[in-house]
Design a protein around this ligand. Structure first.
Ligand code: PEP
Ligand code: MG
Length: 586
């Protein structure tokens, strides 16, 4: 039995056989000089010939064995030389001066996107064949050994080096029971999606390679960050019993779903849901949410070859508003960049993507894309109460530019006679230290604030949210983070501006007292966290929460604050709720 530790990224317990996800090759963007194009296409042609020879050998072996597979290899040979792989890669080298590996990667992205829109499961599955062929070609170009693709079985534990934001959707569809990865952070978008799908996930397990073999039995505890390989029978029994107990406690909490989130001294708290796609919209009411406090619209743009049209975005917004039937929805405008890279737009990555052209910066740089989205949102504004939220605003000047684009869109719609509500509130995410420190100035231009603690923590602690090596520095309880939160909350209160929190801190019941005590009355979180957060609120008074927040603010470091929280939770809530809190404590 081997016990590995990582960071809990999505709570829940799963037990199953290990399945290694082929590490997706990460190829750096490389451009070539125009005069080098002939040499680069020659490199590509050579690699195609060599990959074809590998397949030819494989085909002959399979044909000699009279086993299945020879026909599949024949198909792979055709795919290799197809217009989609060899043809498109060649075109990208000649027309766009891309390096051969980068050209193959881009060609594969396009194929992947095209397949993702096919609904027929049989044809959709063929995407895996193209992936395999493309991977073979890349490995040949890079001089790496041959590689074989497999598919995870239902109930397996996916073991990966890196996990992309949309991978959890695909893994869930394949029936995978949990994910473990070597890299990544618990506030990465892959982790956010895994939590939304209730797929247990542990990130940053450094010793993965060499410790787990394919098919080995693995226990994943996504709340505590534990990964146990080849568990003893006794350990298996313990975890099976914990799985059952957790399910029972969660079911008990759901009984309180429709009761108000009001403290024992009568303060009403608003609990919204965070959503990434239309898929989870039905779960918003099921969780007892008061609305959608954060709709991450950018997920509509990922994994597709073209930009969504105004009509498509309008229909999407309409569906969301209708699905929650009258509950308020906060649509956040495009927050692309960092780990959310669309296929259809060439995002300027720059030397440090987290500090580069992302989010509102990108929308201001590409006003056509921004305007299309704003038009769609405004057009949907008659269908239900809604707000528009701008991500990553970092200065008043930037906010003024973004608001000017919003105003121009409203003017256009009015001039065209298109029905819309010009009074839709426009607010901003407070997720950079500069926004916190100028919150009083920003408040003069915004209709509301929402604290984005995921980004705020990465920028405050100077620790990339994607990088597992600095996970220990990225701590929500770091005094710097608590002081920034307090500063922003006080500034919003002084300006009498509505303020909510929609970063992952809101989803973590360990932080509920702290956030309440700091002055927050409006939370938005992953839907499944709502019942446990509501249970805590309904059993707490504001006096308790305020006293606790004062102690946390006076604490000299994050470790002492974490101990304070643990002791307070145990003393107040006893074993039952405390167990749920620690299980949710990703
Ligand atoms: C945040 O940064 O806290 C946030 C809610 O936005 P995202 O996680 O999508 O960056
Ligand atoms: Mg953010």
């Amino acid at each position: 039995m081997i016990h590995l530790r990582g960071e809990g990224a999505s709570p829940g317990i799963a037990i199953g056989p290990a399945y290694f996800l082929a590490s997706r090759m990460t190829v750096a963007e490389r451009r070539i000089l125009r005069r080098d194009r002939a040499a680069e296409t020659a490199r590509l042609d050579e690699a195609v010939v060599s990959a074809d020879e590998q397949l030819d050998r494989l085909e002959r072996v399979l044909a000699d064995e009279k086993g299945p597979g020879a026909e599949l290899v024949q198909a792979h040979r055709l795919m290799l030389r197809s217009p989609e792989i060899a043809g498109e890669s060649r075109r990208l080298i000649l027309d766009e001066c891309l390096g051969a590996e980068w050209a193959v990667t881009r060609a594969l992205d396009k194929v992947r996107a095209a397949f993702s829109r096919i609904t027929d499961p049989y044809f959709r599955e063929r995407a895996g064949d193209f992936e395999s062929v493309g991977e073979r070609l890349l490995r040949t170009l890079l001089g790496l050994p041959e590689w074989r693709a497999e598919r995870p079985g239902a109930g397996s534990i996916a073991i990966a080096v890196d996990v992309a934001p949309l991978d959890p959707f695909h893994l869930r569809a394949a029936g995978v029971a949990a994910i473990v990865s070597q890299n990544g952070g618990s506030s990465s978008h892959a982790a956010i999606v895994a939590r939304a799908l209730e797929l247990p996930y542990v990130v940053g397990v450094k010793q993965l390679a060499g410790q787990v073999v394919s098919g080995a039995q693995v226990i994943v505890d996504g709340g505590r960050g534990d990964v146990i390989v080849d568990p003893s029978e006794q350990t298996l029994e313990t975890y099976r019993a914990r799985m059952v107990a957790l399910e029972q406690r969660t079911a008990r909490l759901l009984c309180e779903r429709d009761l108000p989130a009001t403290t024992t001294d009568g303060v009403a708290i608003n609990l919204g849901a965070n959503l990434e796609s239309l898929v989870g919209v039905a779960g918003v009411r099921a969780a007892g949410a008061d609305g959608i406090g954060l709709f991450r619209t950018e997920f509509l743009y990922l994994e597709r070859p073209d930009l969504p049209t105004e009509e498509e975005q309008y229909q999407d917004a309409l569906s969301v508003l209708k699905a929650v039937g009258g509950l308020p929805v906060t649509f956040r405008t495009l927050d692309l960049g960092g780990d959310k890279l669309p296929l259809s737009i060439k995002m300027p990555r720059g030397p440090n993507p987290a500090l580069g052209v992302r989010s509102i910066r990108f929308s201001i740089d590409q006003p056509d894309i921004f305007r299309t989205q704003l038009r769609a949102l405004y057009r949907a504004s008659g269908a239900g109460p809604m707000r528009i939220m701008l991500p990553l605003v970092s200065s008043v000047t930037e906010l003024r530019r973004a608001l000017a684009i919003c105003a121009a869109v409203r003017d256009d719609l009015s001039a065209e006679g298109v029905p819309h509500d010009p009074a839709v509130p426009i607010g901003i995410m407070i997720e950079t230290p500069s926004a916190v420190l100028t919150a009083d100035l920003l408040a003069e231009h915004a209709d509301f604030f929402s604290l984005g603690t995921n980004d705020l923590i990465q920028y405050a602690c100077a620790a990339d949210r994607e990088n597992a090596d600095v996970a220990h520095l990225r701590n929500p309880l770091q005094p710097a983070v608590l002081r920034l939160l307090k500063h922003a909350i006080d500034a919003a209160a002084h300006a009498q501006l509505p303020l909510s929190v929609c970063g992952d801190m809101a989803s973590n019941p360990s932080f509920t007292w702290l956030l309440l005590g700091l002055g927050l009355r409006d939370f938005s979180m992953e839907p499944r966290a709502i019942p446990v957060v509501k249970a805590i609120i309904r059993r707490s008074s504001m006096d308790e929460a305020r006293a606790f927040a004062a102690r946390a603010l006076a604490s000299p470091d994050e470790e002492q604050t974490a101990r304070l929280i643990e002791a307070a939770m145990d003393a107040k809530f006893g074993a039952d709720l405390a167990a749920l809190v620690s299980a949710a404590n990703a």
